[in-house]
Write a protein that binds this ligand. Structure first.
Ligand SMILES: [Zn+2]
Length: 263
């Protein structure tokens, strides 16, 4: 008898802990459901968020906080954008090729990458921008990149040839990862309508592309146009928004189609 009493009194503090644990377990699905309800409020204006907040009895602040989180998209496409060239982890800067007007490839890459990122996000993609010299970081500094969270990786460059001889768009893939090239051809076809000339081909020498392919993640190296060629460069400078939009639209449309096929 005495022994039993002692056991009960000793277990009372644990009852508090147990009930706290039960409360926590019950509250997790409620919190998740609340979060799920707010998933749809992407890309709304401040005014729209106020109206939605009134309807759903949440504060606009609560909605705004959730709105900026990529994790709450419903089936988002996770896309990594790598800007070619730039600064490596030791501070070495590589400007890339020189354009017809003597501006640098890296400057143009950063600009169009910003446009593409914004477009992709508007289309519902979750975008990670690797604005660093991934190539040098891998080749010279042993950097390890994990591309496994992404549905697709796109590495952006502009091409240059001897004295501006060549023109057009080039899309390069690694043969290690060539089982499905529908995304590559979709982007190529979309760009061909603007640049007038676009090809898709394999080249296994690019280290960044090798690294991504060997992780089993589809990717492309996109050479937007030849920036040392006068007509390509002029065309690009006059159609930057349209080119960025064509890349983003074709990427999202073809990735969604690919995702639908795999279901
Ligand atoms: Zn380049």
């Amino acid at each position: 008898m005495h022994k039993v009493k002692q056991t009960i009194s000793r277990s009372i503090p644990y009852l508090g802990l147990l009930s706290a644990l039960i409360c926590l377990i019950i509250s997790i699905p409620i919190a998740l459901k609340t979060l799920k309800d707010y998933r749809i409020y992407q890309h709304y204006s401040t005014r729209q968020l106020e109206i939605i907040a009134q309807q759903s009895q949440a504060t606009p602040q609560e909605l705004q906080i959730i709105d900026i989180s990529n994790q709450v998209h419903d089936n988002p496409l996770h896309i990594a954008l790598i800007t070619g060239h730039g600064t490596d982890i030791h501070g070495f800067y590589d400007s890339g090729a020189v354009a017809f007007d003597m501006s640098y490839e890296h400057t143009h890459i950063q600009y169009i990458a910003t446009l593409i990122k914004a477009n992709l996000e508007t289309l519902g993609g979750a975008v990670t921008l690797f604005d660093e010299n991934v190539y040098r970081n891998i080749k010279y500094h042993g950097a390890l990149y994990d591309f496994s969270p992404y549905d697709f990786v796109i590495e952006i460059h502009f091409n240059a040839s001897e004295h501006g001889l060549y023109s057009g768009t080039q899309i390069i893939y690694n043969t290690y990862n060539d089982s499905d090239l529908t995304v590559h051809y979709a982007v190529s076809n979309a760009l061909q309508l603007i640049t007038g000339n676009s090809i898709v081909y394999s080249d296994d020498e690019f280290i960044t592309q090798q690294t991504i392919a060997q992780q089993g993640i589809p990717s492309m190296l996109l050479e937007v146009v030849h920036i040392d060629n006068q007509s390509d460069y002029t065309l690009y400078m006059n159609h930057q928004d349209a080119i960025a939009q064509a890349i983003s639209d074709s990427l999202v449309t073809s990735l969604k189609a690919k995702e639908a096929r795999s279901k």
